[in-house]
Design a protein around this ligand. Structure first.
Ligand code: MRU
Length: 360
């Protein structure tokens, strides 16, 4: 089974539930969950059953459609108030990835534009269409990023990636791993992919390595603290990572440990590329300092994967889920519209990326 054939996130055929692949069970078990209650959808996002910035955005779009459609009313004012309440609730599940609030604001934009002309039933249909559009656009965007990323590759290259920005993190293809899928379509069989394990939640080991192995790619799993050794031996030709939010100056947030990889890549002279749908570029934030970083439970560090706790009881633990990489360490940002090179503020302008993209 190739992971590319798995549906990460979709609406059920009867349009009554959100169907997600439960990523907490991978790689051991492929299991889909049908979710229809607000608490279930919130929990699935919070617990990373569905994760990766674009996939979270798609889940939120279907989620807000489902939750608002469940209200039985013909009164548009009541419908809008209910929509707003559910939107705020879903938006609180995770703070760092811009896609969650971006998708919810895009759905709200539909509500605002059509509330004067559509009845509640028609509005529900229109919201469903918009959620489908967000999912379909995500597939097309990921594919374009893949094609542009592929143009940077040479046969036999070694690519290092951190966390999982593959097909599981999007509606299909992924961002950072999309160039590898495109290379496979071109019959390239000799790319080598190094997956950082990505402590503490192991998205690299459980998800990226699973994806790449299932696609028949030459895959090597390394612990995060091995990257310097592997890079120093000349085994890595370039780094591709995903991102959760890019600031106007090109600073970006991604999974904790990404900035360490960028610093190492600079040290060893290895090109470092960020793969980012333009909706991830948040021009309302001038620099990375303003990005809110999610802090998660200490048990993810001390106990989660171990048979016994692996730290003394009561020790202080920090568990920031993301870090911010300085734009000065970034070779280029691969968007679906083209590759942005420094200075990034000017490049974003040239690619036609405007403030409204992340704002809607
Ligand atoms: O906590 P996660 O697993 O949602 O973090 C995911 C990442 O950091 C990805 O690199 C990012 O969301 C981009 S996914 C295309």
């Amino acid at each position: 089974m190739n992971a590319l054939s798995l549906d990460t996130v979709r609406l059920s055929k009867d349009e009554q539930s959100l169907v997600i692949l439960d990523q907490t069970l991978l790689p051991g078990e492929v299991k889909y969950l049908r979710l229809s209650k607000g608490e279930e959808i919130w929990e699935a996002i919070y617990s990373l059953r569905v994760r990766g910035a674009p996939a979270i955005g798609v889940a939120a779009a279907y989620g807000i459609y489902l939750l608002s459609a469940q209200l039985d009313t013909e009164d548009m004012e009541r419908f809008c108030a209910h929509f707003q309440k559910q939107k705020e609730y879903l938006d609180s599940a995770r703070p760092t990835a811009v896609n969650l609030s971006w998708a919810l604001r895009r759905m709200e934009g539909v509500l605002q534009r059509h509330r004067g002309t559509l009845g509640v039933e028609q509005m529900k249909k229109r919201l469903c269409q918009e959620a489908h559009a967000i999912r379909e656009e995500d597939v097309a965007i990921s594919r374009s990023i893949g094609q542009l990323g592929f143009s940077l590759l040479r046969p036999g290259d070694g690519i290092l990636t951190h966390c999982n920005a593959g097909t599981l993190a999007t509606a299909k293809y992924g961002t950072a791993l999309a160039p590898v899928y495109i290379a496979l379509e071109h019959g390239w069989k000799d790319l080598r992919v190094f997956c950082d394990e990505t402590r503490p939640l192991l998205q690299g080991a459980r998800l990226s390595a699973f994806e790449m192995c299932s696609a028949g790619v030459d895959t090597t799993l390394i612990c995060d603290n091995m990257a310097s050794y592997i890079m120093g031996r000349g085994e890595v030709d370039l780094v591709f990572v995903g991102c959760d939010r890019v600031a106007a100056n090109g600073d970006f947030a991604n999974k904790i440990g990404t900035s360490a990889v960028a610093i190492l890549a600079r040290h060893y002279g290895i090109p470092f590329y960020v793969c980012a749908p333009s909706s991830t570029i948040d021009l309302s934030i001038p620099s990375g300092e303003k990005i809110v970083i999610e802090e998660r439970a200490p048990e993810e560090v001390t106990a989660l994967w171990y048979a016994r706790p692996m730290a003394p009881e009561g020790v202080k633990v920090r568990n920031p889920a993301f870090d911010v990489t300085h734009h000065g360490l970034v070779t280029g940002i691969i968007t679906e519209r083209g590759i942005a090179y420094p200075p990034f503020d000017r490049a974003f302008q040239q690619l036609g990326i405007a403030e409204t993209e992340a704002e809607i």
